[in-house]
Write a protein that binds this ligand. Structure first.
Ligand code: RI2
Length: 293
């Protein structure tokens, strides 16, 4: 896929999930470098930079996307176009491979947190979370999962079907039923799109409602996230742009007259509601994040 095709698919959410958009963008930038017929090294880098910006501007919230592109661009060094091209190819391949390894490592660490005979609640569709639950299931732990539908996109259908396909006992609930089922839940596991330096978690809209409710019930909330989802720039949630998508994702156009419709697709959960962040480098307390970084 070329840059504009990949950018369009990320923007339309045909390609979605914080990790997947990062890997797809890295791969697209690599393919662009391979196909770019430009012998002047400065112009080569300038074209790469333009392509990088096009990919970055598709979705504003998930820092995974920007970080992946920054990592790939660290390879864009050399005195010839060919050296720069090779550097980008290597950096992109390393990023994609390390991102898959990170999810495997997170799953190993998170599976330990999932005790036998445990009921988990998750929200949206995080590959890191799914892999963690499947890992615990394969270790022979008896697990029940409640997964929210996740309006308006319905990522919960992907989550529930993937878990059911691997034999996990899973129940789909509507988002507003999360509190209703809270007395059955032992642990909440969610993904992340961006983590700010003060330990706030930006994840799918509705996450913060679930986390504050879990706090009231004294249920631990774990975040499974690769370290490239930590923003080096965003100190607090005020530094993160929350994506707001078209109202037609919520309701058919013209069904209601004279009604304002808002469709923010992420929210921020402050660190006090998060027990820990499970990364490929280990478990991190959100309050310790800035020191560790
Ligand atoms: P992984 C998704 O965003 C969800 O918010 C999910 O929790 C997060 O990415 C992390 O996903 P969207 O693309 O990287 O559905 O763990 O808006 O797969």
């Amino acid at each position: 896929m070329n840059i504009s095709e990949t950018a369009a698919k990320i923007k339309s959410m045909e390609i979605r999930g914080a990790g997947k958009i990062a890997r797809s963008a890295a791969q697209a930038l690599k393919e662009f470098a391979i196909s770019l017929e430009e012998a002047n090294p400065d112009k080569f880098i300038s074209e790469l930079t333009k392509a990088k910006e096009t990919l970055k501007n598709t979705r504003p919230t998930a820092v995974s996307l920007e970080n992946a592109l920054i990592i790939v661009m660290t390879g864009a060094k050399g005195t010839t176009a060919q050296e720069i091209r090779n550097g980008v190819i290597t950096a992109a391949d390393e990023f994609v491979s390390s991102s898959f390894t990170a999810v495997e490592k997170i799953a190993e660490l998170c599976a330990v947190k999932i005790i036998d005979n445990c009921t988990i609640l998750t929200h949206c569709n995080s590959n890191a979370v799914i892999q963690s639950i499947i890992k615990a299931h394969k270790l022979g732990k008896k697990i029940r999962v409640y997964a929210t539908e996740t309006r308006p996109w319905g990522q919960g259908y992907i989550t529930t079907q993937s878990l059911a396909d691997t034999g996990v006992d899973v129940t789909l609930i509507v988002d507003s039923a999360a509190r209703f089922f809270m007395d059955k839940i032992d642990i909440i596991i969610i993904g992340a799109d961006t983590i700010t330096l003060n330990g706030s978690i930006i994840n799918k809209i509705g996450t913060s409602q679930i986390a504050t409710c879990a706090y009231e019930w004294n249920i631990p909330v774990y975040v499974c996230a690769e370290t490239y989802k930590i923003s080096g720039q965003a100190k607090t949630i005020a530094d993160v742009q929350i994506e707001e998508r078209d109202p037609s994702e919520i309701i058919t156009k013209n069904r209601l007259k004279g009604v304002n419709i808002r469709n923010p697709v992420f929210d921020a959960t402050p660190s006090k509601y998060i027990k820990s962040i499970i990364t490929e480098k280990g478990e991190i307390s959100p309050n310790e994040l800035s020191k560790i970084i």
